[in-house]
Structures are given as C-alpha cells and as structure tokens.
Design a binder for this molecule. Sequence first.
Ligand code: HEC
Length: 198
Amino acid sequence: MTAKTLTVTVLAGALAFAWADWVGRGAEEKTHKLTSISPRKLADSLHAVIAADRQAYAELVVQRLQAEEGRPAATERRIEAHGLPVHAQMLRAAGQSIQQRGAEFSYTLRSLWPINTSHGPQTEVEQTGLERVAKQPEEPYYTEEVLGGRSYFTAVYADRATLTSCVDCHNRHPKSPRRDFQLNDVMGAIVVRVPLEF
Ligand code: HEC
C-alpha cells in the first residue's frame, strides 16, 4: 500500500474528528490549507475514534445490561457463559479486521497490571509510555521506534476507569494482579502506531 492510499483510507474513516475540529474554527482563523497530516494528528484522531467506540460499548451496552440484569453482562468466556465479549475482545477483533483490510497503522491495549498477560508492555517504548501516562494521564506519550526494521510513530494514551463497571470487573477478576483500582485511575493505555516508512 502506498502512502497516498493509506492517507486516503484513513481520511475516509478516522479523520472526521480532525476535520470537524478544523472546520469548526470559523472562517476568520483559516490561515492555511490542509494538504497533509502529521503522524501525531493522525494518531490522535485514530485514538479519538477508538476511545469513543470503547466508551460507547462499555457504557451503552455492558454497564447498562449489567444494571438491568443484575449480573455481569460481559465475560471473556462469552460463548460458554452466553455473555457479551469484553471490551478488550471487541477491540482486538476490530484491530484484526482493519489489518485484513490493508491498514498499516495498528493499535492495541496495554497495561502494567494486565488480566491478560499478553497485554503487558512488549517494547521499551511501551514500558516507558505506560509509566509516563500512569503519572501524567492528561498528556499522551509520543515517540518514534523501529520495529522489524521499520520506523513507526508511536503514541501511548492513558486508559482510565471512566465507569464503576471498569473498576468492579477488574478488581474482582481472578486473573487481575491489582485489586485496588478506583474510579478515574489509569488502568492501562491504548497504543497507536503509524508507520513512517512505506
Ligand atoms: C466485565 C468485565 C470488564 C469490564 C466491565 C471492563 N474490563 Fe477491562 N478487561 C477485562 C478483561 C477480562 C480483560 C482481558 C481480556 C482479554 O484480553 O481477553 C480486560 C482488559 C483490559 C485492559 C488491558 C490490560 C488487561 O487487563 O488485560 C485494560 C487497560 C482495561 N481492560 C481497561 C478497562 C477500562 C478502562 C474499562 C471501563 C471503561 C474496563 N476495562 C471494563 C474485563 C473487563
């Protein structure tokens, strides 16, 4: 896939956010034309869409059903337990589907206290980024890294306990290495990678 194709593909989906932001500034502030997008802006826009989708699923589906039925609606054993997939499984399924469509960017969930051990930090950048956003959740951690001989722009965004269901489920989960999460705590991060070479 060429850089141009990637840009077009991504612009079609994820950049509605950036576009709305830009358009919303009003005529008097239009000082230049949008002709290209920085890796940071691209990663920020992808993250905005991913985080909004997760929030909608967690709030409008999982937490609501749980409140109505009085039992956990989502479980990673969803097939055996006839439950909904947990948010992390939804994110993984969507991420894989995007890869199959040829996208070169990628995203994943990571945590310093993972239920699923494969969500622990896998690179030095992830380790540093997770530690940084745990201390300063408002500021994403941005850097570049080389993986498999290719350069990437890597962005790490804090993933916070926005709902009581986040805290309850993680604190109760038998595989959770941490049981003292509170509302608004940083529970992990969403890591977005955008290739810098094509
Ligand atoms: C119903 C239970 C449940 C709820 C609710 C829930 N999670 Fe999770 N979460 C899990 C499970 C189980 C995993 C690992 C699943 C897997 O990868 O197969 C996970 C994975 C994660 C991870 C990746 C690290 C890890 O533990 O594997 C983060 C970060 C995370 N959740 C944050 C959140 C946040 C933030 C919320 C609320 C918006 C939330 N979770 C709501 C069960 C839950």
